[in-house]
Write a new protein. Structure first.
Length: 256
């Protein structure tokens, strides 16, 4: 099996499948569409991983939902994730550094530069364990007087110089001669990218969130976070804010 399962699955299973067509044939939906063999239970033997798209009904059949289902041989509980957000990509890799490959499923929004939802599971010793996904980095931001912005990434505070966009900000009515005309908060996206990485510390996940201000289609920068799965949870290892504007200065905000 290729390290990147998506290179196998994408061409035949996860693209070009019409949800309405699946529903129209829902009596026969749930047929296995892909089968792969890889050891995900840790016994040294290749497990059979069957993948299929299905339609499920909820609330007395009034709600219809398309899902992706994975069945692993020897594991009683299947994995089921919703597909309403977009297209799925799969990867087999050891996320929790226990020496056994886990299954990572990312659902990419169909919108341009849309967000990504991630699900990850361990099946070591034939037991399904939800590893979940790294949480979003707690971030807030707002515009300040004199074409500046303040961005708080956890306890890091960045002051950003927005003067190079002065004309656009004045045209939008956000500023007038450097004076802020109303309170404006910055917009922080969900993860736009969430991928496994390997560093000298071990295997983990790297996430990217985007920071946007009032100017359409123009971001202030990106928040890049690195996470490792330790003691049953995702732990933040490193974080960096990469600005598209000049950073005037930054400081650490001390807790009370």
């Amino acid at each position: 099996m290729s390290k990147y399962v998506v290179t196998i699955f994408a061409a035949s299973l996860f693209f070009g499948v019409n949800s309405s067509e699946i529903f129209a044939n829902s009596e026969n939906s749930g047929n296995i569409e892909e089968v792969e063999r890889e050891d995900v239970t840790g016994d040294g033997q290749a497990d059979i991983i069957s993948v299929k798209k299905s339609i499920v009904r909820e609330n007395n059949h009034n709600v219809v939902k398309e899902v992706l289902q994975l069945d692993i041989s020897g594991v009683k509980q299947p994995v089921t994730v919703p597909l309403s957000a977009g297209e799925p990509w799969l990867l087999l890799t050891d996320l929790n550094n226990d020496g056994v490959k886990d299954i990572l499923i990312t659902i990419h929004s169909k919108e341009k530069q849309g967000d990504v939802k991630a699900y990850s599971y361990s099946f070591k010793n034939n037991r399904k364990k939800d590893l979940s996904a790294p949480p979003l980095v707690k971030t807030t931001g707002k515009l300040l007087q004199n074409y500046r912005a303040e961005l708080k990434v956890l306890n890091q505070v960045h002051i950003i110089d927005l003067k190079k966009s002065k004309k656009d900000l004045e045209k939008l009515g956000v500023y007038k001669n450097g004076q802020l005309q109303a309170d404006v908060e910055l917009s922080i996206s969900d993860y736009l990218q969430l991928k496994p990485i390997i560093t000298t510390t071990g295997k983990g996940m790297r996430g990217i969130q985007r920071v946007k201000g009032p100017i359409p289609n123009k971001s202030l920068g990106e928040i890049i976070s690195v996470w490792y799965f330790r003691e049953g949870a995702w732990m933040l290892q490193d974080i960096e804010y990469i600005s598209n504007y000049k950073k005037m200065y930054h400081y650490i905000e001390m807790g009370e």
